[in-house]
Design a protein around this ligand. Structure first.
Ligand code: SF4
Length: 327
């Protein structure tokens, strides 16, 4: 099967300016060389702590910010080389759902205006057809036609996220990048939104790139999971392999914080010491070494490469065998 999305060597380095002449004195390496392939119909999760670069990865894929380096291929086409009209089409095919639906919905517009906007920008259908489309979509996401005449502030957080999802769906995209879509919601509402995304994925034949700091949320929804640390993917595998055989110490630590289905099952909680280092000044060698309980002298000087340790299971750690033996 041909991939829907291929990301190769993607980098997003933001310059740091200083002084009266705003001289560039360094770079924040928010995304530092990511390779990722997503196949049609898959849900791929990107997880990591806040500040690891996962949201910037999503935005850079969509070219909301221009990448510093690397390629993003969608349906085999390099997005950087698309002509204006092709780029417009691509924007229709890749939609984003944001973390804070309230901030991303114009408070002065009605839901009808918000949903019609994308269809109008892309010149899709007659005004009658557009109205029919948004009336259908609003019901698909669990709201009613009557809600179309209200404003964003008339809705709860969960309802606003349903509107955010409706806005993404209205153009019938192929890929949705969902950036922490449930992290601002109450736990009870989170599962409703996750179940909605699961149902819509089937109904609309969607591919999802799901960005989250929460592995238990990712477990609920994703087929494959990429774990990010300081701008890089440190482990990627299908969900079952990742949860059963975490082979990177960082993945192990994240997993140890996920509540188990059986509360009597024992699992050592691994507390990560220290904060996430600054991406403006990443540690030498393996960037995880200051926080890693398996770190050796070699880890401080030599950066590990992402290597295949099983079918579709890639890990970037010098000592992954030792790490795996402790699972
Ligand atoms: Fe830890 Fe070394 Fe593996 Fe990095 S390479 S994760 S420091 S054991």
């Amino acid at each position: 099967m041909e991939p829907l999305l291929q990301v190769r060597g993607l980098k997003q380095h933001f310059p740091i300016h200083s002084g009266a002449f705003r001289k560039v004195v360094g770079h924040v390496r928010a995304v530092d060389g990511i390779d990722l392939t997503v196949y049609p119909g898959e849900t791929v999760g990107i997880v990591g702590e806040s500040g690891c670069g996962k949201s910037t990865t999503g935005r850079t894929i969509l070219r909301l910010v221009e990448p510093t380096a690397g390629e993003v291929l969608f349906n085999g086409k390099d997005l950087a080389k698309l002509k204006k009209e092709e780029m417009r089409q691509m924007r229709k095919d890749i939609q984003m759902v944001f973390q804070d639906p309230y901030a991303s919905l114009n408070p002065r517009k009605t839901i009808k205006q918000i949903l019609l906007e994308s269809l109008e920008v892309h010149g899709i259908g007659t005004s009658k057809e557009r109205l029919k489309t948004i009336e259908e979509i609003i019901e698909v996401v669990g709201l009613q036609k009557e809600h179309l005449d209200r404003h964003p502030h008339d809705f709860s957080g969960g309802q606003r996220q349903r509107i955010g999802i409706a806005r993404a769906l209205v153009l019938k995209p192929k890929l949705i990048i969902a950036d922490e879509p449930v992290s601002a919601l109450d736990v009870s509402i989170q599962s409703q939104i996750l179940n909605l995304l699961k149902d819509l994925k089937k109904e609309f034949d969607l591919t999802l790139l799901f960005i989250s700091h929460d592995l238990s949320v990712v477990k609920h929804l994703c087929d494959r999971v990429a774990v990010m640390y300081l701008g890089r993917i440190v482990e990627i595998a299908d969900k079952r392999k990742l949860f059963e055989n975490p082979s990177h110490p960082y993945t192990q630590a994240l997993l140890s914080a996920v509540p188990k289905a059986n509360p009597k099952a024992k699992r050592e909680r691994i507390i990560l010491t220290g904060d996430l280092p600054s991406p403006a000044n990443p540690p030498s060698g393996c960037t995880f070494h200051p926080r890693c309980r398996y770190a050796t002298e070699a880890c401080k000087t030599t950066a590990p490469q992402l290597q295949e340790v099983g079918e579709g299971h890639m890990v970037s750690c010098h000592h992954y065998k030792e790490v795996l033996s402790t699972v």
